[in-house]
Design a protein. Structure first.
Lengths: 1040, 528
């Protein structure tokens, strides 16, 4: 039999879930199964890519397994695919370039079809597994790769037909002199995952389990069987087993040998990367600080320290490249600001990359970059700093991205991928669809599911039961089971919103590139975490709607108000701005406009910039779940004594009144209280920023408790610290990041306070963004004495603008439904050439299509050309219908229109129907008389109702929110003509009145008023739909 | 001229309820499959019924992909189903999921034709010439004044009563023109529109513009945009101006709203349909004597068709009942035929299955002509039965055992080896082809249904011997194991089996398996 103690068998054909919908296990699970099954080596070869290779590599290294890289390549002309295994770095580069070339020029959804000549051009360093059936093109493969590198496969899945195929394979192999190797064509780690694979197959084939029939595998044999079991299975073919070991020995390449090099910045002659960086940095000190600024010596000391670290770590080139991108943006007048931990760096500040002064704010540089961390790091990601740049969303950001592509070449730069993994809704949808549920039923379930399922959340079965699919049903139970197994499996590849990777030389020799769905974009096959893990440096160029707003407002204010805004020199701690923030008057203000933020601001009572930093950070799932919000606010208001979980933590937590609110504090707490080393603290830091942080956090908890026990911290104090740290796994901000965002929040609040019309115009132009519907932004502007002016073809441009020195807001043509931008731009240009003389003149020169013309008339945009809306409609419906004579006739018969004129309510409805926004009366105005008769209180008057009294309020629903952190409570915000009113609904009430609450656009809500600390809401117990035209206005943003 | 318009709302629903009267008053959804690219298989023609489930969704069991493309969807539904949330466009499974106890009925072209024919018959009961237009008919009513001196209301009520007798609920309007009458049927159950322009306009004034624009969504949207709510609002606009803006359809709607319409009334007989009729001297209540009468009609009709080198593709029988009432039925024919015996047989079977409610006093036979399709025979096969004869046989069998229990056996798309189902018998000849490759096609297994439980003796070498009801043998050679498992989603948790092919000491090669769930052994069959 010849079985040795170490089995020879190595699994060489194994797919992970990164073969999207054709593999049911994560690389980590395959590695775990391999380790359990006695494998010492494993090859992962996903379809047309190396998507799972980094995670496979990391997991294998941890488990002590040798990972072999490979990919199954789809061939052209319908030939069976080949599996290519990488022998050396040249082979890896060939594989990456082969995949890149096969995908180049194709649409994202196109199948890969590598032609034979492409294989021939990239054959070096690769071994071919040609499949488990005879193939006609085997001689061609032998010509390309050489006889000793081509292998045919034999497989045994206990399928009768396989015996015949194996016999044919051996015959062909013998005839052509190639070797035969045993494989198991693994699709999942354990037999239990067969059902998951079946459901994925259904998703791929778009069929249900009842329809799919024999397109499923006949049995559950494609799991990663123990090495010894495979050896037994092929005991009659020992050579085929030995061949697996021989091939594995030949494939020595691992991703540790990636060959990635970060590009150098092109410095002036005589300069090194470091010297040039230092020159720029010291010059930056003079730009940032006045000569007599007393903080300068401290800055110089910090900068010298940072530059030393950067030099020792060889990172000057990286800083220069980021600096170069920032310079490019600034040279084009594009706002740019570094976010995240980069704001902890004085070097970043003086180089103009970030806007927060870390020295003045006493921020922790080590959160950004630490020598100790780099030295301790066993992972390349930990050696590199992470600089993210915020840019205005839209065209401006695209300009910067295209600049990077141009500078580093199409094959030198690419976006990072975003691996879309199964989340609860998608998992239940695919599982439910496969198991025969209808779309309508799936939609019903989806409405009951959270976006993410956190540990400790209700299980999927509970959500399914709430949707009417109780686990007593056999299929319902299966749906929950399969969906749970699908969670976190990759489903398809997307493009990261802004992560770019750059390489010196060819990036496609490091990782395959593929076209994104967006034209002109190329993405690498790895996501940003994978890139970071393998030491590929990434720069995040993130689009931020608020940056676009801030940027657009500046010229608008200069043009109409004669005021030049410089965001770097805004007055600090402006009382009007802080007064507005304290009153929670923050619609549109960056980061502090949400319902929860508004409910906190009057209790927080911010007066200085640091208060805003705290405010930005405190309304996050981390602090909320960690129950840190109330203690902080109570202490701030003097209603609770400031205390510390342990006296040793006082220096760390003093600034936040003993309550940990920032990631930096938690790291320092772990180091102080539990004696964490730099490496351990770093693991904690990574866990806090990592998607699957919950699992990592659990492993860290043990170390934390042990460390604290050693330092004499036990019992309640220990629990309090652990609770504080663990809750941040759910999402918390680093202080530097909060500070960067607080700067933008302050700038936007300043605009709102002093230039409300321009602020609203810019917000409307950047929409969709933020929390509120455009109609709410306009209503808010009206409440601040901005005169709203309707869309008017004689005055409106494509974008919204300001008029009358900043007193009025003119809506832009972009808010006319169905109006194409090209038509809008044509209207602007033709009007600039000459004013319109008539409707016919407008139609002839602006050339809107019939539908656009009718919509313009319907929203009253043609009012300047004479007549009412219906008169204009009557007129435009005739334009172009009776030949050229009419087209040139002056439009002087508008008054002759026989149509009934619109009522004010109809005009409002038409505005929303054809434009989503109105400058006329608020929809609730039309119902006000009836509401008064019913004793309904106006939103503005609700604050005068005593705490505990009953009241009713009515309004258009603008927010419906059921946050995952609120234990099923639902928050509703209504808007009437006087302002906002908030309602809180208990889970029980919500369950009872769900249909009315979810389906109604406008509501009358009754309940008990809660009026505390200036925060007013109604604890709602009765709900009625508001009818009439107001009831048809749908401007709600719904969140889960 | 006064013209009546008789309108059948929800024709498809009413069509299927005519043949399934017990479904009235319960939630019903009518399914209809998109049309097939090829002619329907033999045995089709009459609708099928099921109580939910997927089986009702497809007419046949072709390939999965073909089935996926032809999923039947709900086209109409009863008020009871609407209350439960059934909507047009749902699949049968989806509708069944939202409405417990929903009856899913499939409407076929024959159902629609039968209902339309019945509607036409209602018309013919009142006028010698009618115009048919889908779910409506039109006929002149002036001649009826002498029969119904009580006036037009009485005529309309009589029409409704006649329609009710053939299982149709109808709305009736009588007006001076076709278009106005058509419009008025959408307003109320019985609508009488005066001839004079002014009163006609007033009578139509309250009709909503959506009804006036009927199926023209763009026209309805334009009216709404103009702030018009009723036909009266539209009537108030200058016609020319409306025509200029909304084109001919707008102008026509404008005229219609004023009670003006110039659409001609064009009555005609069914396209080249051929009719034979007889009135009997005395009522016939038994099938045998009626068959004798029918035989004459069939012979005459087929004789006329033969003269034109045509065959008969369908037969509609309109039976006048004693003392009043009509019974209209369409006899489905699988393939065009010129054989009188076949036609008669099919008609007899239909009458036997659904006997008329009363003795017959007259019969009209409407034969649809068609060209005979030549069937290309396969040289390597024996000639099969003539398609028309086969259809007659199938119809006879279906009458005996139920339509769902007649057809051809087919291997189901599953790895469970013994799974078979019944599919409608098709007459297309396809070359002999193995299921899983030519090599296996040479092996034939004679399968035990159900598999027979056996005792298996296993020794250190593996399978040693087995004992069944009829066979006891030693295992000489065993090939395997082959594992098949699946259907884990089924209530009984699917199957998991290990198969062996064993060469036994009695000389035969058997297929046996062990059930993975309980360890029992079964004999599946033996190889020929």
């Amino acid at each position: 039999m010849g079985i040795t103690t170490r089995p020879d068998y190595v699994e060489l054909r194994c797919r992970s879930a990164f073969s999207f919908l054709d593999g049911a296990s994560l690389p980590e699970d395959l590695v775990a199964a391999a380790a359990t099954g006695g494998h010492d080596t494993l090859a992962l070869a996903d379809r047309d890519g190396v998507y799972g290779a980094p995670r496979f590599f990391a997991a294998a290294r941890k488990a002590g397994l040798r990972p072999i890289v490979g990919a199954e390549i789809t061939l052209a002309a319908g030939a069976a695919p080949v599996l290519l295994l990488v022998e050396d770095r040249r082979g890896y580069q060939n594989l990456c370039q082969l995949i890149t070339a096969a995908k180049t020029g194709k649409q994202k959804s196109d199948p890969v079809d590598a032609a034979v000549d492409l294989l021939a051009a990239h054959a070096g360093g690769l071994t071919v597994l040609a499949g488990a059936a005879p193939r006609a093109d085997l001689p061609a493969l032998i010509d390309i790769f050489g006889r000793e590198r081509v292998w045919l496969e034999v497989q045994r899945h206990f399928d009768a037909a396989e015996a015949h195929r194996n016999r044919d394979v051996r015959a062909q192999a013998e005839a052509l002199g190639v070797g035969v190797v045993a494989t198991n064509d693994v699709r999942y780690a354990t037999p239990l995952q067969r059902s998951v694979h079946d459901v994925l197959t259904c998703a791929r084939e778009k069929a249900t389990v009842d329809e799919i029939g024999r397109r499923l595998a006949p049995n559950a044999e494609r799991w990663l069987k123990p090495s010894r079991e495979m050896q037994l299975l092929f005991r009659d073919m020992p050579a085929a087993v030995r061949a697996t070991r021989a091939i594995a020995e030949r494939c020595a390449f691992t991703l540790a040998d990636l060959g990635y090099v970060f590009p150098d910045y092109d410095v002036p002659p005589g300069e090194t990367q470091q010297s040039f960086l230092e020159k720029l940095a010291w010059a930056g000190v003079d730009d940032r600080y006045d000569a007599d600024d007393e903080i300068r010596p401290k800055v110089r000391r910090q900068l010298a320290r940072e530059l030393g670290i950067i030099d020792r770590l060889g990172l000057a080139g990286y800083f220069l490249i980021v600096w170069d991108i920032v310079q490019f943006a600034k040279s084009r007048g594009i706002m740019v600001q570094g976010r995240g931990s980069a704001a902890n760096s004085a070097a970043c500040f003086v180089l103009g990359i970030t806007a927060v002064d870390p020295v003045r704010m006493d921020l922790l540089f080590e959160r950004f970059l630490s020598e100790e961390r780099v030295a301790a790091a066993d992972n390349a990601a930990d050696r590199m700093p992470d600089i993210d740049l915020d840019l205005p969303s839209g065209d401006q950001r695209e300009l910067v991205i295209q600049h990077v592509y141009e500078k580093y070449g199409a094959r030198g730069a690419a976006m990072t991928a975003n691996v879309i993994t199964y989340r609860p809704r998608m998992a239940v949808r695919d599982a439910g669809r496969a198991l025969g549920l209808a779309e309508e039923q799936l939609n019903r379930i989806a409405r009951h599911l959270p976006t993410w399922l956190m540990a400790g959340d209700e299980p999927l079965e509970t959500h399914l039961a709430a949707a009417g699919f109780p686990p007593t049903g056999h299929r319902n139970r299966l749906i929950a089971e399969v969906a749970r197994a699908l969670l976190n499996l990759p489903r398809h590849l997307g493009q990261h919103s802004g992560g770019m990777v750059i390489a010196a030389g060819r990036l496609d020799a490091v990782v395959p590139l593929e076209p994104a769905s967006m034209p002109g974009r190329v993405v690498v096959q790895w996501d940003k975490d994978d890139c970071a893990d393998l030491g590929i440096v990434k720069v995040d160029l993130l689009g931020l709607g608020m940056m676009a707003v801030l940027e657009e407002a500046v010229p608008m204010i200069r043009r109409h108000e004669g005021v030049t805004i410089d965001y770097a020199k805004l007055p600090a701690d402006d009382p009007k701005v802080y007064g507005m923030l304290r009153a929670a008057d923050t619609v549109g203000v960056f980061q502090v406009e949400s319902r929860a933020q508004m409910a906190t601001l009057p209790r927080m009572k911010p007066t200085h910039f640091y208060d805003l930093v705290v405010e930005v950070a405190i309304i996050r799932p981390g602090p909320i779940v960690g129950k840190m919000v109330n203690p902080y606010l109570e202490r701030r208001n003097g209603r609770e004594t400031v205390r510390y979980p342990h006296p040793s933590l006082e220096p760390i937590l003093k600034r936040t009144l003993g309550v940990p609110l920032f990631q930096e504090q938690l790291i320092k707490m772990a180091m102080t209280a539990a004696g964490f080393s730099g490496g351990q603290a770093d693991e904690l830091r990574r866990a806090m920023g990592f998607k699957r942080s919950q699992e990592r956090m659990n492993t860290i908890e043990g170390a934390l408790r042990a460390g604290m026990a050693r330092n004499g911290i036990h019992g309640g104090a220990q629990d309090e610290i652990i609770q504080g740290i663990k809750s941040f796994a759910l999402y918390g901000f680093p202080e530097s990041h909060a500070a960067s965002f607080a700067l933008l929040a302050y700038a936007s609040a300043y605009l709102k306070a002093y230039h409300h019309a321009a602020f609203t115009a810019a917000l409307l132009n950047a929409w969709p963004m933020g929390f509120y519907h455009p109609a709410t932004l306009v209503t808010d502007a009206v409440r601040h004495n901005v005169e709203p002016r309707p869309i008017d073809v004689a005055r409106s441009g494509w974008r919204c603008d300001v008029e009358d020195g900043g007193r009025a807001l003119r809506l832009g043509l972009r808010y006319v439904s169905g109006l194409r931008e090209e038509t809008g731009k044509r209207i602007e240009a033709a009007r600039a050439a000459a004013p319109w003389t008539s409707l016919a003149d407008f139609a002839a020169r602006a050339q809107p299509n019939e539908r656009e013309l009718a919509t313009l008339a319907e929203v009253g945009a043609l009012a300047a050309l004479g007549g009412t809306r219906r008169q204009a409609l009557w007129q435009v419906d005739a334009i172009g219908k009776s030949g050229p004579l009419f087209a040139h006739a002056p439009a002087n018969d508008v008054a002759a229109a026989p149509l009934p004129e619109m009522t004010a309510e109809e005009e409002m409805a038409a505005d929303f129907h054809a434009g989503s926004i109105t400058t006329g009366p608020h929809p609730i105005t039309f119902a006000r008389a009836a509401l008064d008769r019913r004793g309904v209180t106006r939103a503005a008057d609700l604050g005068r109702v005593a705490n505990g009294r009953r009241a009713a309020m009515a309004g258009v629903v603008i927010v419906r929110q059921r946050p995952g952190t609120a234990k099923g409570f639902v928050f509703i915000t209504l808007e009437d003509e006087t302002g906002f009113a908030n309602a809180i609904v208990t889970p029980q009430r919500f369950a009872k009145h769900k249909h009315v609450i979810v389906a109604s656009h406008s509501l009358v809500i009754e309940g008990v008023v809660q009026n505390l600390d200036g925060v007013v809401s109604i604890k709602a117990d009765r709900f009625m739909e508001l009818g009439g035209d107001a009831g048809t206005v749908d401007i709600s943003h719904d969140f889960h | 001229m006064r013209i009546a318009c008789v309108f059948v709302p929800q024709l498809a629903l009413q069509a299927v309820l005519r043949r399934t009267p017990d479904a009235r008053g319960v939630p019903v959804a009518v399914l209809e499959a998109p049309p097939l690219p090829n002619p329907p298989p033999a045995g089709g023609g009459r609708g099928s019924e099921s109580n939910g489930g997927r089986g009702s969704e497809s007419g046949g069991r072709g390939s999965d992909k073909a089935r996926g493309r032809r999923v039947a969807r709900v086209v109409e539904f009863s008020p009871e189903a609407r209350r439960e949330g059934v909507r047009a466009g749902m699949t049968g499974a989806q509708a069944a999921a939202v409405c417990a106890g929903l009856r899913l009925l499939t409407v076929t072209a024959a159902d629609r034709e039968a209902a339309a024919a019945a509607l036409a018959d209602v018309g013919y009961a009142f006028a010698p010439r009618i115009e048919r237009a889908g779910e409506r008919i039109f006929f002149e009513t002036e001649d009826l004044a002498r029969l119904y001196p009580a006036g037009e209301t009485a005529i309309a009520q009589a029409v409704q009563a006649a329609a009710a007798r053939v299982g149709l609920g109808v709305r009736v309007a009588i007006a001076a023109s076709k278009g106005v009458a058509r419009l008025a049927t959408r307003a109320r159950e019985i609508a009488l529109v005066p001839t004079a322009a002014g009163p006609a306009r007033a009578a139509l004034a309250s009709i909503p513009v959506e009804t006036l624009a009927e199926d023209d969504a763009a026209l309805a949207a334009a009216f709404r945009r103009w702030g018009l709510r009723t036909a009266g609002d539209v009537a108030a606009l200058p016609i020319d101006a409306v025509g200029l803006r909304l084109g001919p359809t707008g102008a026509r709607a404008g005229r219609l709203a004023r009670g003006e319409d110039d659409e001609p009334f064009v009555p005609r007989l069914p396209d080249d349909a051929l009719e034979e009729a007889i009135e009997l001297d005395y009522p016939v209540a038994e099938l045998e004597p009626f068959s004798f009468v029918l035989r004459g009609l069939v012979d005459r009709a087929l004789g006329r068709l033969r003269e034109r080198s045509l065959a008969c593709a369908g037969v509609t029988l309109r039976l006048a009942l004693d003392p009043r009432g009509v019974d209209v039925r369409t006899v489905p024919i699988a393939a065009p035929t010129g054989d009188a015996a076949t036609l008669l047989q099919l008609a007899r079977l239909d009458l036997a299955r659904r006997p008329p409610a009363a003795p017959i006093v007259g019969v009209r036979l409407l034969a649809l002509p068609a060209r005979v399709r030549a069937t290309q025979l396969d040289m390597l096969r024996p000639a099969g039965p003539a398609p028309d004869r086969l259809a007659a046989t199938i119809a006879r069998l279906a009458a005996l055992v139920g339509p769902d229990n007649v057809g051809a056996p087919a291997i189901e798309e599953t790895w469970r080896e013994e799974a078979v189902g019944v599919v409608p018998l098709t007459l297309t000849l396809s070359p002999l082809r193995g299921e899983r490759g030519s090599e296996q096609a040479r092996l034939t297994i004679r399968r035990r249904r159900p598999p027979e439980e056996i005792e298996m003796l296993i020794d250190r070498e593996g399978l040693a011997a087995f004992r069944g009801r009829e066979t006891t043998a030693r295992v000489l050679v065993a090939a395997g194991p082959y594992r098949l498992s699946g259907e884990w989603w089924k209530e009984e948790h699917g199957f998991s089996r290990t198969y062996w092919d064993v060469h036994a000491s009695d000389g035969a090669v058997y297929r046996v398996h062990q059930d993975g769930r309980d360890g029992r052994w079964y004999l599946d069959g033996y190889y020929d």
